[in-house]
Design a protein around this ligand. Sequence first.
Ligand code: HEC
Ligand code: HEC
Length: 319
Amino acid sequence: MFNYLIILIIYLLSANVQGAEVRNEPIKPLPLHQPDLNLKLVDLGDRLFHDPRLSQDNSISCASCHVLSSGGTDRLPVSVGVGGAKGGIKAPTVYNSSFNFVQFWDGRVDTLEDQAAGPVHNPLEMNSNWTEVIGKLQNDQEIVVSFRSLFDDGITPENIVAAIAEFEKSLVTANSRFDRWLLGDDSALTDFELIGYRLFKSYGCISCHQGANVGGNLYAYMGAMGDYFKDRKSVVTTADFGRFNVTGKEDDKHFFKVPSLRLAAINSPYFHDASVQTLSEAVLVMGRYQLGREISASDVDAIVAFISSLLGEHHRLKP
Ligand code: HEC
Ligand code: HEC
């Protein structure tokens, strides 16, 4: 009997703690701690992420296009790779990318490990290959030793991408004011930001931008309520086809992975085509083309204030 009572009390206490922990909202806080990360692997991945030897002429590292201090992007309409080559789509942030259900705008790879091989081989990005990269790394005694201390088979393509992916998993911008509010701190948000969040839900933005990354967990059509690509007036490019480029299905044309809004406050320009410069304009365009609503200027301001409260912290990020 006494035992049952103890179990009941423990159950009630834990239920209570869990209940008090996170507000029941469609957006979830990013984890403050990641006890499962292998810190030695993170450190190696950090060095590789910043290593221009991953590119053909030793001029470009991952960090050239994903600048960690300023939001994990290059803030350019299209990225510039080896020899000044221009890509066809805007670089998304690498922060919180481990919370995306797939990688790239069109979701052509599932994991960060598979993703990392892409830019190394892309002629418009690093324009190299594993034989070339590994040849260069093998000449660096320090990096050879680091790989040996973590992997029996030393420097291999699999081990390089494992390290980079582990580093990317450490790029989490937790402890935003919005997350603190989610965790029960009523004073973390201003009234205006809270109004913005309510509008974000009532307009229906939340149906696409949700979860821990406030996006990154589904595909959506760009222009559900209006012909975005016709109105944009510039030529429709292959990149504009989005998910269609992966599946070849007509129904997937202009579908994109819904981008995360976690760092949207500091990552202009917006959209896969970088067609919009300011966050206010991006909110207006979303209202018009995704929801068929003309959002008033004051509502736009409140939604922008809410989106700004999603910006969390990371020691590399200096916004
Ligand atoms: C020349 C610039 C450039 C370089 C160098 C580069 N990237 Fe990217 N990165 C991009 C662009 C552009 C995209 C979007 C491409 C797309 O979606 O088709 C992207 C997408 C990504 C994504 C997907 C994020 C998301 O939300 O879908 C990750 C993760 C990423 N890069 C990591 C890396 C890593 C790791 C390296 C180094 C091995 C690297 N990038 C090198 C420009 C670059
Ligand atoms: C039907 C799904 C859907 C709805 C509803 C929706 N969005 Fe989006 N959102 C997207 C997609 C898809 C993109 C990427 C479009 C592109 O790049 O062409 C996007 C992009 C954005 C961006 C740009 C992010 C970046 O990094 O480029 C912002 C900001 C944004 N949405 C805010 C909002 C707001 C605010 C609302 C409500 C007014 C909203 N969205 C409603 C699907 C949606």
